[in-house]
Design a protein around this ligand. Structure first.
Ligand SMILES: [Zn+2]
Length: 265
């Protein structure tokens, strides 16, 4: 019973010319879940699954590049010509429904944006608040850990049939990521920053994102079997990210690319 992961989008902070922002499709036993649904994810995911074959969505945090396509998806589910589609769960930090309801609302100044029936995002989704800990979602066991990012952000570990995937979400350096990725088969880890040529990472903003080398260091300390670098910002040099990560991680290492799939079995 393998788990299949497909990179729908992996562009950091905003979409690139060749791919959406963060969006990953996870499939197990016919159950399909999206991890994050950033800008462009809604369109691209239709290359890999039917638009209405998604059973759940799990959001790491409420920065626009990780969640805003949930708004467009609510329109697709609520106003289909054959009638509304059944509600599906959206797991996310506190206030996810309010945040996305306000983004969808025609009148953003309204006291209760969800009151406008044409914009009621809760008709499409059942919002479930995530806290640190482990829950079951379909056939998947999901563990959430709070990451080191300016807003409430969760990294996720998904386990199924003895296999595991850890996803860093957005984070600065943190032991929580090492715990989350402990002995995981694959660590899908953000690498937003590259180290300045020949310099150190100390001049970069702290408690926000990881360099490719820091991502690799976390993977090594966690004992992860494989490292896939993601959240790659379009203005970065991908080869430089790969090179810098390769100095700190000795296992299989690759860069996320839209359409890349891998199977845990
Ligand atoms: Zn973020």
């Amino acid at each position: 019973m393998p788990v299949r992961i497909t990179i729908v989008g992996c562009s950091g902070s905003f979409p690139g010319p060749d791919g959406p922002a963060s969006c990953y499709l996870v499939e197990a036993e016919g159950f399909r879940m999206l991890m994050d649904m950033g800008s462009g994810g809604l369109g691209a995911v239709q290359h890999y699954t039917g638009l209405y074959d998604i059973d759940a969505i799990c959001l790491s945090h409420l920065h626009a590049d990780h969640c805003l396509d949930v708004c467009g998806y609510s329109v697709a589910r609520t106003f289909h010509p054959d009638g509304p589609k059944p509600r599906i769960p959206v797991y996310g930090p506190a206030q996810t429904g309010v945040r996305l309801g306000r983004a969808l609302a025609a009148d953003p100044a309204a006291d209760d944006p969800g009151a406008d029936t044409t914009d009621r995002i809760t008709e499409a989704f059942d919002f479930v608040t995530v806290t640190a800990g482990t829950i079951e979602i379909g056939p998947l066991r999901m563990t959430a850990e709070r990451m080191n990012h300016p807003v409430e952000t969760y990294g996720y570990r998904l386990e199924h049939a003895g296999r595991s995937l850890a996803y860093s979400a957005d984070t600065g350096q943190t032991e929580a990521l090492v715990r989350l990725a402990r002995d995981a088969d694959v660590l899908l880890c953000e690498a937003s920053f590259v180290e300045p040529g020949g310099g150190s990472a100390t001049a970069l903003p702290q408690n926000l994102h990881l360099t490719a080398r820091q991502a690799a260091e976390h993977a090594t300390r966690a004992g992860a079997g494989q490292l896939v670098l993601t959240h790659l910002v379009p203005w970065n040099d991908r080869d430089q990210s790969l090179d810098q990560a390769g100095r700190a991680f000795g296992g299989p290492l690759s860069l996320a690319t839209p359409g890349l799939g891998f199977v845990l079995d």
